[in-house]
Design a protein. Sequence first.
Length: 70
Amino acid sequence: MPLKYMGGIPEPVRYIGMTHGVLFILYLNLLVHVMYALKWSIKKGIIAVLASFIPFGTFVLDAKMLKEEA
């Protein structure tokens, strides 16, 4: 973002933003697959989606799920 607004160079934001969006869509697709394969509840799926909006939330979610499995 500093390159776009302070440097007047919008190209990096376009490519990084598109990459970020594609990775988010892949995350959601993978989440649906995992919910089906592991028979997760809708509640667990919603928590996983909400965790994706919080910075590093997916790492916290992963640690919590590993504790539940152990």
